[in-house]
Design a protein around this ligand. Structure first.
Ligand code: GDP
Ligand code: IMO
Ligand code: MG
Length: 434
C-alpha cells in the first residue's frame, strides 16, 4: 500500500482497517517524518515509525532495513503506545540493517534548510535526508552497530566529530558534546536490542510458509526521490520498488498494489502543486479536512484532485486499486473541479516535467463536477451514496484507469465502504471495522 499523491492521504487509517487480513505489516522506507493517523472508538494514534498494524492483535509488525530510525523517537513511540494500552513486545521486529539517525543528522537538516532561506524544501527537520546521505556514502550506522556499545562508539565517534565540525565551521551551529550523544544512544541501543533482528531473513521464512504481508508505504509517489518533484521530495523510494529493497523481499512476492489517494490533494512543504487553491475555498477545505501536519502541525497546502498525478502513480507503481479517502470533506461544495490534464505554455503537457521550475509553470486543465451537498457519513455501500458522489468517484476511476476499491467517508474504521470489485477477493477477510 502506497501513498498516491504527496503524502498524508490516509495510509494509517487504511492499513489499520485491513491489517487483520494480514499476518504481517511492514514499514519499508522513511522515518519519523511520517505521521500515520489511526482512529477507532475514542482512540487516536499518530504513528511515526511503528507500522499501523500495531493496534491489531495477532499481527506481526516489521520496521524494515529501508528506514532511518532515531532510536529516541522509536522508544518514545513505544512508550506512548504502551501508555495508551497497546501491547508492544513480541509483535514488533526492527531490522538490524536499518540506519540510525544521529542528533547531528537532524541538526544538519535544520541548518541546511535555514541556509536555503525561501528556497528551502520545507523538510520535517528530523534528519531524514542527511541520514540517507550517510547510508549512501557508506559512513552510516545501522541498528546492528547501535546495539553493540563498543562498535557503536568506534563507528559513531568519527561521524559525530566530522558532522560537528561541519555544523560549527560551515553553519555556525553547535552540536551537543560527542560523549553525551554516545552515552544516550548506547542506552537507547540496549533498550531496543530485544527487537533488533534480521527482518529480511524472517520475512523470507514467513512468506515461504504462505504468510500474508502488508507493506505500508510512507510519504507518497510524488515525494519519491527519483520520480517525485525533485528536489522537493523526501530521500527514499516511496513506491513498491522501495518495498522490495527496503524489506529485502523478492519482487515476485508482491501480489497486489493499492494506492491511497485523497478525493482532493494536499502537500506539506515547498514545491510545485498545479491544482493548489490560494483562496478562501482552500481555507475552508483545510479546516473541514483538518489539514494540519500530523508531525509538524504545519497547515497543509490544499488543491483539487490531480488525475495526471494519479495516472503517473498508476504507471510507476502498477496500481491495482485505489483507496479513496476524505470524500466526506467535499460534502458541502457546490462544484468540484478535477485536473484532467496539464498545459505548459499553451501546449498540452500530460506528463510530470522533470524540472521543478517547469512544473511550477504548468497550468491545470480543470473539469467541473457537481457537488452532492449532503452528508455521506454512515453510508455503508456505494449505492447509498448520493448520485453526484457516485458520479464523482466513477469519473476519477475513468480519468485514472484504476478502480476505487475502498472508499473512506470519515476518519474512523467504520466509516469505510469496501467495494472490492473482485480485486480484493482473496486478500481481505471479513473485517472487524470497530
Ligand atoms: P497518512 O500519513 O497517509 O497516514 O495520513 P495522515 O494520518 O497524516 O493524514 C490523514 C488525516 O485524515 C488523519 O487525520 C486521518 O484521521 C484523517 N482521515 C483519514 N481518512 C479520512 C476520511 O475519509 N475522512 C476524514 N474526514 N478524515 C480522514
Ligand atoms: P506521511 O507518511 C507529507 C515532506 C516534507 C517535505 C519533504 C521532505 O505521513 O505521508 P523530509 O523531512 O522527508 O526530508 O521532508 O517531504 N514529507 C511529507 N509530507 N507526509 C509525509 O509523510 C511526509 N514526509 C515528508 O513536508 O516537503
Ligand atoms: Mg501523515
Amino acid at each position: 500500500m502506497i501513498g498516491g499523491q504527496w503524502g498524508d492521504e490516509g495510509k494509517g487509517k487504511i492499513v489499520d482497517l485491513i491489517s487483520p487480513s494480514f499476518d504481517l505489516v511492514a514499514r519499508y522506507q522513511g522515518g519519523h517524518n511520517a505521521g500515520h493517523t489511526v482512529r477507532f472508538q475514542d482512540k487516536h494514534f499518530a504513528l511515526r515509525l511503528i507500522p499501523s498494524g500495531i493496534c491489531r492483535q495477532g499481527v506481526m509488525n516489521i520496521v524494515g532495513n529501508g528506514l532511518v530510525i532515531d532510536p529516541r523517537a522509536l522508544l518514545y513511540e513505544m512508550e506512548t503506545l504502551r501508555a495508551a494500552g497497546v501491547e508492544i513486545g513480541d509483535n514488533l521486529k526492527v531490522s538490524d540493517r536499518a540506519h540510525v539517525i544521529l542528533p547531528t543528522h537532524a541538526l544538519l537538516d535544520g541548518a541546511r534548510e535555514k541556509a536555503l532561506g525561501s528556497a528551502n524544501i520545507g523538510t520535517t527537520s528530523r534528519g531524514i535526508g542527511p541520514t540517507y546521505e550517510s547510508k549512501a556514502n557508506r559512513t552510516g550506522i545501522r541498528l546492528a552497530d547501535l546495539v553493540d556499545a563498543d562498535r557503536f562508539v568506534e563507528l559513531a565517534r568519527p561521524l559525530l566529530t566530522h558532522q560537528g565540525a561541519v555544523l560549527r565551521h560551515f553553519y555556525g551551529t553547535d552540536a551537543p558534546p560527542v560523549d553525551a550523544i554516545l552515552q544516550e544512544y548506547i542506552e537507547c541501543g540496549q533498550k531496543l536490542r530485544r527487537f533488533v533482528t534480521d527482518t529480511s531473513a524472517y520475512l523470507g521464512h514467513e512468506l515461504a510458509r504462505g504468510k500474508k504481508l502488508l507493506c505500508e508505504g510512507a510519504q507518497g509517489v510524488m515525494l519519491d526521490v527519483d520520480h517525485g518533484t525533485y528536489p522537493f521530495v523526501t530521500s527514499s523510494s516511496c513506491g513498491p520498488g522501495g518495498a522490495v529493497t527496503g524489506l529485502g523481499i523478492a519482487p515476485r512476492s508482491i501480489g497486489l498494489v493499492l494506492a491511497v489517494s485523497k478525493a482532493y490533494t494536499t502537500r506539506v512543504g515547498s514545491g510545485p502543486f498545479p491544482t493548489e487553491l490560494h483562496d478562501e475555498l482552500g481555507d475552508r477545505i483545510r479546516k473541514r479536512g483538518n489539514e494540519f501536519g500530523t508531525v509538524t502541525g504545519r497547515p497543509r497546502r490544499v488543491g483539487w484532485f490531480d488525475a495526471v498525478v494519479a495516472r503517473t502513480a498508476a504507471r510507476l507503481a502498477g496500481i491495482d486499486g485505489i483507496a479513496l479517502t476524505k470524500l466526506d470533506v467535499l460534502d458541502d461544495l457546490d462544484e468540484i473541479p478535477v485536473c484532467v490534464g496539464y498545459e505548459l505554455e499553451g501546449q498540452p503537457a500530460n506528463e510530470v516535467p522533470a524540472r521543478a521550475d517547469h512544473y511550477e509553470r504548468v497550468r491545470p486543465v480543470l473539469e467541473v463536477f457537481p457537488g452532492w451537498k449532503t452528508s455521506i457519513e454512515g453510508a455503508a455501500t456505494f449505492d447509498e451514496l448520493p448520485e453526484n458522489a457516485q458520479r464523482y468517484v466513477s469519473a476519477l476511476e475513468k480519468l485514472t484507469g484504476v478502480p476505487v476499491v475502498i472508499l473512506s467517508t470519515g476518519a474512523k474504521r467504520e466509516q469505510t465502504i469496501l467495494r472490492g470489485r473482485g480485486i480484493l477477493d482473496g486478500w481481505l477477510r471479513d473485517l472487524d471495522r470497530t
